[in-house]
Design a protein around this ligand. Sequence first.
Ligand code: DGY
Length: 437
Amino acid sequence: MTDIDRKTARDAEARRILATNDRGGYTVPNDGVYPFQWNWDSAFVAIGFAVYDEDRAWRELETLFLGQWADGMVPSIVFHRESDRYYPGPAAWGTHQEPPTTGISQPPVAATAARAVWNRSARSAESRARLTALFPKLLASHRWWHETRDPDGTGLVTVTHPWETGRDNSPDWDAPLAGVTPTVDVSALRKDNKVVDPKERPTDDFYNRVMTLVEEAKALNWDGPAVARNLSLRVCDIGVQSILMRGDRDLIAIAEELGLSEPAAELRRRLDRSLAAFGRLKAPDGSYRSLDLRTGLHAPAISSGSMLPLYARALSVEDAADAVATLARWDEAVPYGVPSTDPAFPGFDPLRYWRGPIWLVVNRMIADGLAGYGYAAEAKRLTALSRELVLERGFPEYFDPRTGEGLGGRDFSWTAAMWLAWLSDENAASILTEVRA
Ligand code: DGY
């Protein structure tokens, strides 16, 4: 097959995956492992749909916000329809929402996605109306992070559950989870490790601890401020913090586009406060890492999350150069792109989910960050490596950084979306939305 044939075949396959995973207004990440609507998956999928179906792109976001809570939180999963193929389902979460949802959130990509969809849209009266209707919901979700999840107004937001970070079993959460005493044993209830090789999934011990956190929150009736102050895991995730700040920037741009000066000024104040606090995430070695808010300790490893401050445009030029040097070191250790954990870290595991594998949505954000700081060649290289992974291996959930092998679920929606919106066109700009450092 020529390169052009391979590309054309992947274009068609990516669209087929999104069509197959479409449940009417929302897309499941993958039918076998994740049969509901996931928050950040959907935001990335909307960016993919925007390439060829504007209406469907807006709908993906609109349907996600049907699950938004009255306090502004956008849950990590919306259980629009029943399925017995996933644990933990609505009964385990006990949030009593309609539609049923989990009780935690996920990295707030939605504002950036809405801006990306708008940028690709026809900019018709209807495009504007749909952006206008989404805006207050996006604003409420950003307020929820900045207020409910930062009750003392420090500028850094708290996550209370590893699943809230999207980087579920990253070594970032090993020490914070060690402080959670398991009170449940859910190993027999799991379904994920029946459809995916258990070596590529989190351990039973991890599940027992994270489900203990769910029990703690249930005992607090999922009251937002009480959860933020009392759960036995409370961390500032370098990933969520960065994605929120990037989202703030994109939401400010949307507010300006819509002529909404007061919300724009409010978001600017919130962003400035976060930027002022960001130095607390700098570890003694100069890298940026997650911070355990209970113990004051930084995460033990540099992770792919440590590169997301580039995406947030939260680093000085010197700190950005340090992050780029770290990426260059990793590049020598593993040939296929950015691993989720420093390959030199003893807990690096190239197969196990967020402890080593490559995730294309993270590569996308890092490439954006590199380009935003003027590292055009590095952004291009990461784009080329990511493109080659899909050309060679198709659309798995994640990839082994040593061999490029596809891992986890197959026919994955967000991998397909990243192909469509980013990798299919070799010369496409690396910048997701116009945000310069
Ligand atoms: C899972 O079930 O692994 C999800 O990532 C949780 O959101």
